[in-house]
Structures are given as C-alpha cells and as structure tokens.
Write a protein that binds this ligand. Structure first.
Ligand SMILES: NC(=O)c1ccc[n+]([C@@H]2O[C@H](COP(=O)([O-])OP(=O)(O)OC[C@H]3O[C@@H](n4cnc5c(N)ncnc54)[C@H](O)[C@@H]3O)[C@@H](O)[C@H]2O)c1
Length: 338
C-alpha cells in the first residue's frame, strides 16, 4: 500500500459504512477517507460528525449512479468499498425499481470509474447472504447455488456479478463479501433489533412476523468491519467471501433475549402477518475467510448487550429517525399486507 492510502467509502453515512469509517480511523494511520452518500432515509450525518473539518476526511453528497460525482469522489482512490445500496427487503417488495437502479446500475457506474483509476488496489463490493436464498439444513459455502427470493437479494446478486465480470474482463481487483445480518450501533430503527429496542424503551409492543420461527445468523457490525479490512489486504481478487459469526437464532428467541435484556415480559410480543417469500433460514460457512486469519470477536449475548446499551444511551440519535419512519411502510410491514 502507498504511504497515504485513500479510501472511497460509498454509503458511509449509513449503518455499516459509518462503522467501517470508525474502524478505519481506529486501526490505520496515514489514511484519507472520502465518503460518498446520497443521504437517503437511513443515512445520518450525525454518524460522521466527529470527522467534520478534518483534513484527512471528505464528505460528498451524491448518488453512485451519477458518473460525474463518482469521478470526483474516486479520484486517486487506492481502495473503494461500496456499501451504498437500497437495503430493506420489505421496501424492495413495494418498490423494486429503486433497488435495480442503485444496487445494479450504481455498482456498474462505480466500476466504470474504477477502471480509469491508476492507483486502485482493491474494489470491495459489499453483498449479502440473501443472494443464496434460504437453506433449511447445513450452511452456504461461497460456491453454493445462488437463488435470491426477493427483489433486494436479486439486485444485490446482479451488482456483485457485474463486479465479478469487471474482474474477469478488465482485471479490476474486485473482492466480494456476502455477510450475514448485521446489528450494532447506529442501525436505522426500522431494522428488527433497533426497532424492538427502541419500541421497548417507549414500552411499545414488538411486531414478530408469523410465529417468529425464521432463523438468522447474526453478525456484530465491528466483526463485519474487521473482515472487510482484512480482505482489503489479503482478499484474493475475483473471490467471494462469506462473513458470518455462526450466531444462529430464531426470531422469537432473539425477541425473548431483547425483552429479557430490557426487563420486559412476553406480553410485549405482537405476532403479525408474515412477509411474502420470507426466507426461513440463512446460514454461512466462513472457513474461507477464517483461513485468512479472521475471527469474530462478539457472540450474540455480548453484541446484543452492547447494542441495547448504545440505543439506551443515544436517544437523541434515533428519536428523529424513528419519528420520520415512513408510515406507509410501517403499516405495510407490521400492520399486515393486503
Ligand atoms: N444490514 C445488514 O444486515 C447487511 C447484511 C449484509 C450486507 N449488507 C450490505 O451492506 C451495505 C450497507 O447496508 P446498511 O445496513 O449499512 O444500510 P444503510 O441503509 O444503513 O446504509 C446504506 C447507505 O447507502 C446510501 N445510499 C443508498 N443509495 C445510494 C445511492 N444511490 N448513492 C449514494 N448513496 C446511497 C444511503 O444513504 C445510506 O447511507 C449494503 O450494501 C447492504 O446490502 C447489509
């Protein structure tokens, strides 16, 4: 790596992207970070306020589908990490088009600009385990079949495959990550864990889809960041890496754990109509990443404790976001779909 490494972090005002920026400054010296973010509904500049005015930090408001703004943000970059995406499965069911635009065309726009960069060492495309679809037994490996079952997952697969094609066709140094469900500080309060915590702070019920039997593999956000950081230096170009902590839990168990941590009983559970095409279980084998030396540091117990504490201590961060949660989506998700 050169003496001063420039990182372009797209979507860096969102949940995982902003945690990755914190991770970079905590673990590296001589770095220059540029965040490109359109500041969509889930973004918060509060997440980056501690860097305002620093000479080694730049924020650019803009869309990854806009080639001009992408060219400005990427100029001289050594590393690009693309977090920018439309992300919520439920939103993708109601509005697939915006997902196709950002998660496929936006990735393509970044890749075209990346081809022009002389200093580029790595282009990390952040993808998701949802590209595999569901698995009832065993765990997905990187060469498992991909069968995405909702427009979000399908768009993410489209984006990562375009990225792979740029590796094969133009020798672009692309690495793809497929991560499990992330949780931790500063996740938008429409996501299940922050939604439940913030509802319970206000003694409101928590909506559980169906009977809550679906199973998810939970990854504390800092562990995702350490995996990405490792892959910047050690990831093999053209390869896909699963990122998961193996902390599997049914949604109802997760709900009960959060209730217990917050001193609430089970009368706060409100079972609501299930999501269409709701994947039953995700599970990842992460042997390939672990071979590079990665180990998650958080189990679900410690990670949930840290997350509950963060939301309890940061009401000023989440209250304005929660107030603005789009009522149309709230009714669609948790009021039962028509
Ligand atoms: N949250 C998870 O559990 C999870 C799991 C696996 C993978 N991922 C992937 O990680 C990435 C980040 O997810 P997150 O949970 O932090 O989401 P988030 O919604 O908190 O952050 C996404 C950020 O991207 C920005 N953005 C969206 N469209 C943009 C565009 N067209 N141009 C510029 N910026 C744009 C948003 O403003 C936001 O700040 C996504 O690519 C997602 O697919 C997330």
């Amino acid at each position: 790596m050169p003496k001063k490494t420039k990182y372009l972090v797209t979507g860096g005002a969102g949940f995982i992207g902003s945690n990755f920026v914190h991770y970079l400054y905590r673990h590296h010296r001589n770095i220059q970070v540029c965040v490109l973010d359109k500041l969509g509904y889930s973004a918060s500049l509060e997440n980056l306020k501690q860097y305002a005015g620093r000479s080694d930090f730049e924020f650019i408001k803009g869309n990854i589908c806009d080639a001009k703004v992408v060219a400005k943000a990427m100029a001289g970059a050594h590393v690009v990490v693309n977090f920018a995406a439309e992300v919520a499965v439920d939103r993708s069911i109601d509005d697939p088009q915006s997902f196709l635009k950002t998660d496929i065309f936006g990735v393509y726009t970044l890749l075209e600009e990346a081809r022009k960069q002389k200093n580029l060492k790595k282009f990390i495309q952040i993808s998701t385990d949802e590209v595999y679809g569901q698995i009832l037994k065993g765990s997905f490996r990187e060469n498992s079949e991909t069968l995405p079952r909702n427009p979000y997952a399908a768009s993410k697969l489209g984006g990562e495959r375009i990225a792979y094609s740029f590796f094969k066709t133009y020798d672009l140094p692309v690495v793809i990550t497929r991560a499990a469900n992330n949780y931790g500080p500063s996740a938008y309060p429409e996501k299940v864990i922050p939604l439940f915590i913030t509802n319970l702070v206000d003694s409101l019920p928590v909506p559980v889809y169906g009977q809550g039997r679906q199973m998810r593999d939970w990854l504390y956000v800092d562990d995702h960041c350490s995996a990405i950081d490792l892959l910047v230096s050690k990831g093999e170009n053209g390869e896909v890496y699963n990122v998961g902590a193996g902390e599997e839990c049914t949604n109802i168990d997760l709900t009960k754990r959060i209730l217990k941590l917050m001193g609430k009983d089970q009368s706060f559970i409100n079972f609501v109509a299930d999501r269409p095409g709701h994947d039953f279980r995700y599970s990842l084998s992460c042997a390939k990443l672990k071979k590079l030396g990665w180990q998650p540091q958080y189990n679900l117990t410690d990670g949930l404790k840290a997350t509950v504490l963060w939301y309890q201590d940061n009401e000023a961060w989440w209250r304005p976001l929660k107030k603005n949660l789009d009522q149309r989506f709230v009714k669609g998700f948790w009021g039962g779909r028509k």
